[in-house]
Design a protein around this ligand. Structure first.
Ligand code: NAD
Ligand code: IPM
Ligand code: MN
Length: 349
């Protein structure tokens, strides 16, 4: 029997509430398919920061390295500034393990009353660049305490970085609807975005099997709301992809349902799986967080570990739960608890 070694970082807030359901689902589906999981839990979080002055130990990355996968709930909590908690844990893991693909599928499931009339059947994937772009450490504050105070933050777009994310998106599009949309803003961001566009154009020219177009991020945001079904694979820079993925998750009914994989496609390093949502301090501790984002994320991890049939079983159980009017949490208009939804889903597996 194959045993996968998984590092668990539940983190803060509802992160701690949605990771156990994901593990229960992984265990159930593993038992049915002849593999299992050996979890090592790490208490790296804002609580640890308050106690020890760091989100994770100095050798944290080394501790994670031997695992087959990393599963993270969410980090960030009032009391610790977000740039401190996120740059002390999440971003270093994404970067040091070169998880340059941030994969975010979005679907409008039957049985979910999203905010839109005509979104049924929406099935798209946002491929977000996850290692550079607008998330850079280059810059700083200047003239602090004077009327001339300012903050500068450089964006970094490298030929290698853009090429590899566009190629990944093209490969993915080949396996799906053969349609790629690039999110740009070359009318306003005059250095980086025209560079992004030129690489997109070069790479797409070599892949005539995929139809592609490029849309300005502002117009694209409106079109995803107005007609989400027209999209298949969307490739976007780090910040644009971040914003678009919450937008599209909202279109699909709740950001509590959206999954994410931070993937190192070359498998040189472990990949990390985490729901798109954050620690949701507004509902933490009440047992009402939607576990489906974390559960779908577990399916992405199964896929990555080579068990695509098990991943399909999990997503099919989600489809059945939602389309049959099964229990759901408040974000989807229901009254069920996190545990009730998890139980109902496992019964369907
Ligand atoms: P958030 O995703 O935590 O919450 C936004 C809204 O969505 C809230 O109203 C919340 O209640 C709701 N929501 C989110 N997940 C839900 C779920 N599973 N079920 C039901 N409702 C859900 O975003 P935020 O409020 O901007 O951020 C809160 C904290 O989380 C911040 O510290 C932020 O930096 C952090 N954050 C962390 C991650 C991560 O670790 N990957 C991701 C995003 C935000
Ligand atoms: C996400 C989050 C993070 C990001 C934050 C918390 C740094 O919003 O995973 O989408 O912007 O990448
Ligand atoms: Mn985000």
């Amino acid at each position: 029997m194959t045993t996968f070694r998984i590092a668990l970082i539940p983190g803060d807030g509802i992160g701690k509430e949605v990771v156990p359901p994901a593990c229960e689902v992984l265990d159930a589906v593993g038992a049915a398919n002849g593999f299992d999981f050996d979890y090592t839990e790490f208490d790296w979080s804002c609580e640890r920061y308050a106690r020890e002055g760091a989100m994770m130990p100095e050798d944290g990355i080394e501790q994670l390295r031997p695992h087959d996968g990393i599963f993270l709930g969410a980090v960030g909590y009032p009391g610790v500034p977000d740039h401190v908690s996120l740059w002390g844990l999440l971003i270093p893991i994404r970067r040091q393990f070169d998880q340059y693909v941030n994969l975010r599928p979005i679907r409008v499931f039957d049985g979910v009353d999203g905010p839109l009339r005509d979104a049924a059947g929406t099935d798209l994937v946002i491929v977000r660049e996850n290692s550079e772009g607008e998330y850079s450490e280059i810059g700083g504050r200047m003239n602090v305490g004077t009327p001339y105070e300012m903050a500068v933050q450089e964006s970094v777009f490298s030929r290698r970085g853009v090429t590899r994310i566009v190629d990944y998106a093209l490969d993915l599009a080949e396996t799906r609807g053969r349609q790629l949309t690039s999110a740009t803003k070359s009318n306003g961001i005059v250095h980086t975005m025209p560079f992004w566009d030129s690489i997109v154009e070069e790479r797409c020219a070599e892949r005539p099997s995929v139809a592609w177009d490029s849309e300005h991020i502002d117009a694209l945001a409106a079109k995803i709301v107005l007609d989400p079904r027209r999209y298949d694979v969307i490739v976007a820079s780090n910040l644009f992809g971040d914003i678009l993925s919450d937008l599209a998750a909202g279109v699909a009914g709740s950001i509590g349902m959206a999954p994410c994989g931070n993937i190192n496609p070359e498998r040189e390093y472990p990949s990390m799986f985490e729901p798109v949502h954050g620690s949701a301090p507004d509902i933490a501790g009440q047992g009402v967080a939607n576990p489906l984002g974390a559960i779908w994320t577990a399916a992405l991890m199964l896929d990555h570990l080579g068990h695509d049939e098990a991943a399909v079983q999990v997503v099919s159980a989600m489809e059945e739960l939602l389309s049959s009017g099964g229990p759901r949490t408040a974000d989807l208009g229901g009254t069920a608890s996190t545990t009730e939804v998890t139980r109902a889903l496992i019964d369907l597996l």
